[in-house]
Design a protein around this ligand. Structure first.
Ligand SMILES: CC(C)(COP(=O)(O)OP(=O)(O)OC[C@H]1O[C@@H](n2cnc3c(N)ncnc32)[C@H](O)[C@@H]1OP(=O)(O)O)[C@@H](O)C(=O)NCCC(=O)NCCS
Length: 259
């Protein structure tokens, strides 16, 4: 392990500011040099234009905060970044993407970035007159038994996320993209069961703000998830190791769902 190659304290976090040209240039560099490399599935990732659009849009509402933060070394090189949301009504965070440049992974930078995400979400909750977010959710590609997916799961397991046991479907992010059912929705903490209505509220805000779907209740993928979650009442959670067991009852397919 090259643990000493770059210690987290020599790295710094910077938010992307939608009105600052240099900051937007940094976002473009992150997108081209790190994000595209980490998220190779065209249907899973956002376009750069969408990122610009959401940054601008979130300044126009108090109900939602959209954050993009970058991690840089002490020379200003961009090593990674994270994209996440805060939803005011449900006081929850949603981690959309965390990406560390491939040659800088396993050095603790992902955890450094993750801790920064939590600080931003706590600040959002405080602005909302609350002490901290009630829940933090995260999307992740379902784990293959080998390769990079398994590794990602170990990362989220390390940070105490649990799998929500329902078939999450990510609606298509833009008109030319496909909806996906090869992602899991996860939640941080130790709760073994979560009220379905809470998840539906968060999903509704996520689709509305983070995916530009103005009326989630008219979206077929949201409706499908709503049907399943309503039937369950409460959604159970599993540790990520339970969920990744081949015999586990929540085995999910990796086929794309046409939108
Ligand atoms: C997932 C990702 C952000 C992790 O970043 P990272 O800087 O490599 O992770 P860290 O070094 O902070 O690892 C933190 C912990 O995660 C676990 N972990 C991460 N990689 C691991 C690996 N290859 N094997 C075992 N455990 C691993 C360990 O518990 C580790 O703690 P430790 O080093 O004290 O044992 C990074 O691998 C990445 O960018 N992947 C591609 C994009 C992606 O899939 N993002 C997540 C979905 S949004």
């Amino acid at each position: 392990m090259m643990k000493n190659k770059l210690l987290p304290y020599s790295a710094q976090i910077e938010p992307v500011i939608g009105t600052d040209v240099k900051s937007l240039n940094d976002l473009e560099t992150f997108y081209r040099n790190v994000y595209l490399d980490c998220f190779t599935n065209k249907d899973e990732r956002e376009s750069l234009n969408n990122l610009f659009f959401y940054l601008k849009r979130s300044t126009k509402t108090r109900l939602w905060k959209y954050h993009i933060i970058l991690i840089k070394d002490n020379t200003g090189s961009i090593l990674g970044g994270a994209i996440f949301d805060y939803f005011k009504k449900s006081n929850t965070g949603m981690v959309e993407f965390v990406a560390i440049r491939k040659d800088y992974q396993h050095l603790g930078l992902g955890s450094f970035l993750y801790r920064a995400i939590l600080r931003y979400l706590i600040a959002d909750a405080r602005q909302n007159h609350l002490t901290k977010p009630a829940y933090v959710f995260c999307e992740v590609e379902i784990p293959a038994t080998r390769g990079r997916y398994k590794k990602n799961i170990l990362f989220w397991n390390h940070h105490r996320f649990r799998h929500l046991n329902f078939q999450y479907i990510q609606p298509n992010l833009s008109p030319g993209q496909k909806a996906l059912n090869n992602l899991w929705l996860m939640m941080r903490g130790t709760d073994t069961s979560v009220p379905g209505q809470l998840i539906l509220n968060v999903l509704s805000d996520y689709l509305k703000y983070g995916m530009n779907i103005p009326k989630p209740t008219q979206n077929p993928h949201y409706r499908k998830m709503r049907q399943e979650i309503t039937r369950m009442g409460n959604v159970s959670t599993s540790t990520l190791s339970e969920s990744t067991r081949p015999s586990g009852k929540h085995r999910l397919t990796s086929k794309n769902t046409q939108s």
